[in-house]
Design a binder for this molecule. Sequence first.
Ligand code: PFF
Length: 450
Amino acid sequence: MTHNGQGRAQWSSRLLFVLVASGSAVGLGNIWKFPYMAGSGGGGAFVLVYLLCVLFIGLPIFVAELYIGQQSQANPVKAFEIMHKPKTPWRFIGLLGVLSAYLILSFYSVVGGWVLDFSYQALTNQFGSLTQESIQNILTALFADPGRQIFWQFIFLGISVYVVAQGVVKGIERASKVLMPVLGFLLFFLFIRALFLPGAKDAVVFLFVPDFSLLTPKIVLEAVGQAFFTLSLGIGAMMIYGSYLNKSENLLKVSFLVSLLDTGIALVAGFVVFSIVFTFKFQPEAGPALMFQTLPMIFSKMPASYFVAVAFFLLVAFAALTSAFSLLEIIISWKTEQFNISRKKAAVIAGIFLFGLGLLTAMSTNILSQTTIFGLTFFGLFDKLTTSVFMPLGSILFAVFYGWILGPKAVKATVDQNKGTKYFFIVFLWLVRIVAPGAVGIMMIKGLFY
Ligand code: PFF
């Protein structure tokens, strides 16, 4: 295993870092959430706002997070104490991150469980001769059955806990090294298949021709939230991965690469899903059920459908797992370094807690579907609270800490790693100091209160 000389793990190479960080970024957010949010948000206009957010807001914050992690070489709570001073109030950003990781992973593991359930159904050849109605029925049956959801959630969490407990290099890196290239290959294959569907052209128009009359402050906030969610920003995931990175690694370059990969994959996944939507005349506004309703359709109508179905759901499962590793790593790094307990113990305790919290999501589509807070089920509440509040808020604070507290010296150091010009430095500095946090702040206020 590679170490940084003080017994702390380090990624084996830059390429492997890009792979694990993309593993965190590419997940249910790209393949499940992005298509349904774009579908409910009116398509092109949502996508455009999302792309602008990734470029002008997401990217600077990505760099800020990585920098704090890389220079402190510590978990998201301790990092602020190292970079600022002991007991600094800034460490609460780290704690907010740990809380968010718990909340996200609690519902993420349930949706990951749905994917495992569908993978199992694909493996046992249940998608052979489907109609639109029978697909609805499969999903409705799964939603109505808390036991089945809890079973798969348990398996999903179990795999995540097992891998992350093995360590950063031996667990996360080793698993991602296999899973990510397979994912890329499978997605490419589906992309080629979707290109030949009659709905492909409509999918491109839907995703890339914006109708601005559909944009409301709420949808803009959702697009910002989605940009953070998909890049794993605002809660310390990239920070903790950055803390296992060599102190001289060029952060601008790796952040750009990971963001590019992540965005590309979301767009390809969106294209695949909407090609099916328009070919079989589904509703783009189907919400969280969209991916699960549409995809089995392509499989039931194509040659070698069995293999394609298995491939697709395994792809989504792999993508979800590599993201879950990073969510779990936020919690585990904090527990092991803060309370001095072993990695395995921390992983198991976190797993038990997450399983308990996840029950609230697994029951949100059945027993607890009528129990709402602010009009949302627990599932909806956890999702909204993290995506539209905690992640944007955490991101603003990361940018302020990097741009103002660590200040121009830190930003200059980052730009110098990349041999950037003076002009680039000034643009980047003000992007981090004002543009990114300011824009997110305005959108949060508008989106939450209008
Ligand atoms: N980026 C992941 C996805 O798109 O599915 C989700 C995620 C992972 C969010 C890690 C936050 C995080 F810290």
